[in-house]
Design a protein around this ligand. Structure first.
Ligand code: CA2
Length: 143
């Protein structure tokens, strides 16, 4: 089973600042964590990051066309992108929204995600472990 792990703007810079909020794991470490978890679970993990909204929309369309599951950290787009939400609504397989930080314990503008209402489930505040847990959930659902 193929699972897309898609990451929005600035997440490629993970591990370079704000370790108190986002931890010390780098984006390269996150890629390795997801690929290792995929190998353990027998999943084909395709992990990508972009700072360009249209590119994320294209990847979501690709997942929708293939009927693939998605783990998505929409980053700042979570809070205002109706285009990302609409693309998520096209998905035919489960979507797990992941946030490294607990968005509800931060600034008010981060409390609402426009994506959450079209997600199967949401994990936030557990750091990079949220990605690992999301992949475990999707693997267990498929069995
Ligand atoms: O907690 C999350 O995962 C967020 O989706 C991360 C976004 C933020 O806008 C959301 O409100 C919550 C920010 C991603 C920035 O990522 C970096 C992390 C560390 C260093 C540089 C960038």
């Amino acid at each position: 089973m193929r699972v897309y792990v898609l990451n929005g703007p600035n997440l490629g810079r993970l591990g370079t600042r704000q370790p108190e909020v986002y931890g010390t794991t780098t984006y390269a470490d996150l890629v390795e964590l997801c690929q290792q978890t995929g190998r353990e679970l027998g999943l084909e993990v395709v992990i990508r990051q972009t700072d360009a909204e249209h590119e994320l929309l294209g990847w979501l369309h690709e997942a929708a066309d293939l009927g693939a599951c998605v783990v998505l950290n929409p980053a700042a787009w979570s809070h205002y992108s109706i285009a990302v939400r609409d693309a998520c609504a096209l998905l035919r397989a489960p979507l797990v929204e992941v946030h490294l930080s607990n968005i509800h314990a931060r600034e008010a503008f981060r409390h609402h995600s426009v994506v959450s209402a079209v997600a199967t489930g949401v994990i936030c505040g557990l750091g990079v472990d949220g990605y690992r847990l999301a992949l475990h959930h999707l693997a267990a659902r498929a069995r």
